[in-house]
Design a protein around this ligand. Structure first.
Ligand SMILES: C[S@@+](CC[C@H](N)C(=O)[O-])C[C@H]1O[C@@H](n2cnc3c(N)ncnc32)[C@H](O)[C@@H]1O
Length: 208
């Protein structure tokens, strides 16, 4: 995502927030259930107890709410490009850290046990979607100590894309191939939604 694409993303979500306020529709979800369905696929695989967690594109911090409720000793940081979302997330979850940044262009230096991005890599950036998403996955994986998890709209075979749509469906096997060029320890979960998939990536320990 170059700076102008980040600006488009920011404006897109700010417009939605002006219309819907603190509501799943401001995050481009059909409803809260759509976000929760993705979260369930994530916590089937990841144990968040005693982990530092970075949530890239955290929105209002909905995942933070579950992490606080379901797990012990989670050190959570949520980042989002939209200042209004971060302001609301801070109000709703004062016990966690939130920062307003464009993570893919300006990642913070520190690494986290678990890095996650739910719904963050779905936008149609017009022609450069695969290249942007590969860069985004690499940036997140470079900041991961134990596990990176992200989801995307798409599947295999790749669902048809409408160039005018705000979202872009990925080919899950192309994404998987890219992820496997970074680590051989990868899980693809594509059993919870007809047009959404989740990838888990684990760094390979160096051989002595
Ligand atoms: C579909 S919403 C999902 C929000 C949240 N993860 C959830 O599931 O409720 C995608 C979020 O990613 C954020 N986002 C997109 N690009 C970003 C970037 N470069 N840096 C930080 N946040 C970004 C958007 O602002 C938006 O809040």
């Amino acid at each position: 995502m170059d700076k102008s694409q980040a600006e488009v993303t920011l404006k897109h979500y700010q417009k939605k927030f002006q219309k819907y306020g603190v509501d799943a529709r401001s995050l481009s979800w059909a409803g809260k259930g759509a976000a929760h369905q993705r979260f369930r696929a994530i916590w089937k695989e990841i144990d968040f107890n005693n982990k530092s967690v970075l949530d890239v594109g955290c929105g209002f911090g909905e995942m933070a709410r579950f992490l606080h409720k379901r797990y012990d000793n989670v050190k959570y940081t949520g980042v989002d490009i939209v200042p209004e979302f971060i302001q609301e997330a801070k109000k709703a979850h004062p016990y966690f850290d939130f920062e307003c940044i464009d993570y893919f262009n300006n990642p913070m230096p520190e690494k986290f046990d678990v890095v996650m991005a739910s719904g963050t890599l779905n936008s149609n950036l017009g022609g450069k979607n695969s290249a942007f998403r590969e860069k985004a996955v690499k940036v997140m994986f470079d900041h991961t100590k134990k596990a990176l998890v992200f989801n995307m709209l798409g599947g295999h075979p790749q669902p048809e894309n409408d160039p005018k749509s705000n979202v872009w469906y990925a080919d899950s096997l192309e994404v998987l191939e890219y992820c496997m060029s970074l680590t051989r320890r990868v899980v693809l979960r594509a059993n919870y939604h007809p047009k959404d998939f989740t990838v888990f990536m684990y760094p390979v320990k160096r051989l002595p």
